[in-house]
Write a protein that binds this ligand. Structure first.
Ligand SMILES: [Zn+2]
Length: 96
């Protein structure tokens, strides 16, 4: 009985206010676009995070050694390194 009333109400709504369907379709379209945009954004954020962790963050960890303390230049390629370094990181030559 309740189902019949619900169906009648839906039929009345569809017959009297057809624009409700348009609104529903528009809402679904907006929601769909929102979902696609959110998924794309999440994907891009994930790729950026992976690239950041794999490449940029690794490079950052290697830098403090060069920044702290005194530096010296490689006599073969002139690249700066820590005074305590025994081999050049750039050309691999001994610098003792
Ligand atoms: Zn060198």
């Amino acid at each position: 009985m309740q189902l019949a009333i619900l169906i009648v109400l839906i039929l009345i709504a569809v017959l009297i206010a057809p624009w409700l369907i348009g609104v529903a379709i528009a809402a679904a379209a907006v929601y769909g676009v929102y979902l696609v945009a959110a998924a794309a954004l999440a994907g891009v954020a994930f790729v950026v995070a992976v690239i950041w962790v794999l490449f940029i963050d690794k490079g950052r960890k290697e830098k403090p050694e060069e920044i702290h303390g005194e530096r010296k230049s490689c006599r073969h390629c002139q690249v700066e390194m820590a005074v305590s370094a025994t081999h050049c990181k750039n050309c691999g030559q001994s610098c003792t």
